[in-house]
Design a protein around this ligand. Structure first.
Ligand code: PGA
Length: 259
């Protein structure tokens, strides 16, 4: 593993439709480069608002951020975190809830003040009020400085499934059948996968000052190619990042193979 100060070089860089794509040898290198970028930006700032994602892709990046923190090279004491999404009707103690995921993989392992970590409450009695409060909080804190994203096989970002409007904001969404099937591996049966989630909208994401999207593995190759080289269209929500002026994709060779 690398130190926070070491530079991990991409094997190739592609710039298309306003998106900078850094291609790395493998998932390890993607995670090291992503963690180095995030750590660098957190360290360069006296107050930092970090957007976070769940899923299997960012886990190694979180491990690397923890390692850099434990090496004494990174503090999260001035960081506020906002998570992209949460399942509706799953308690935060459920091992598939995204609050549980974030505590396990990052928040409980670094020195971020827990009162500055925000994951939508999918059990809120008034879920619409919960969504507007989340938007208000981001605004009140001065906006998100960097939003870390994964990408779904169908091009979704957060739980913004194909068809999500470019100006969508945090709201309740219905999960696509393919997203539920993708996530069924984490639940006992497909029927146990929630049908709804609360998700930051496309506009909530594109309002952030910078976006860093990670993709690894051949299963993401079509979605990455559609996002970067396809039309800017709601059919592939990640392609809506083409209109954003500071978006970087860090992907491995497999995920870049259709580019
Ligand atoms: P994954 O999910 O990292 O588990 O592939 C990414 C996503 O659906 O956004």
């Amino acid at each position: 593993m690398t130190s926070a100060k070491q530079t991990i070089s991409p094997v190739r860089v592609v710039k298309k439709n306003g998106i900078r794509v850094e291609v790395y040898e493998d998932a390890e290198a993607v995670s090291a480069a992503a963690a180095a970028m995030i750590a660098g930006r957190i360290t360069a700032s006296s107050k930092f608002n970090l957007g976070l994602a769940t899923g299997s892709t960012p886990i190694k990046t979180y491990d690397e951020l923890v390692r850099i923190h434990e090496a004494g090279e990174l503090t999260f004491s001035h960081v506020t975190s906002f998570n992209l999404d949460e399942y509706v009707n799953l308690p935060p103690t459920h091992d598939q809830s995204y609050r549980y995921f974030m505590m396990k993989h990052l928040l409980d392992r670094v020195d971020i003040p827990l009162y500055n970590t925000f994951v939508l409450n999918g059990q809120a009695v008034d879920v619409d009020a919960e969504c507007s409060a989340f938007e208000g909080l981001i605004k009140a804190r001065g906006g998100v400085d960097l939003w870390l994203l994964g990408i779904g096989g169908n091009g979704h970002i957060g739980f913004n499934e194909p068809g999500s409007a470019v100006d969508s904001r945090t709201r309740v969404v219905t999960l696509d059948d393919c997203t539920r099937a993708d996530n069924a591996r984490f639940f006992a049966t497909l029927d146990d996968v929630p049908t709804h989630a609360v998700s930051a909208g496309v506009q909530t994401i594109t309002d952030s000052h910078a976006v860093l999207l990670l993709a690894t593995g051949a299963g993401k190759a079509n979605a990455v190619a559609a996002a970067v080289a396809g039309d800017c269209s709601v059919d592939c929500p990640a392609s809506l990042l083409q209109g954003h002026d500071d978006t970087t994709f860090m992907v491995d060779v497999q995920a870049a193979k259709m580019l």
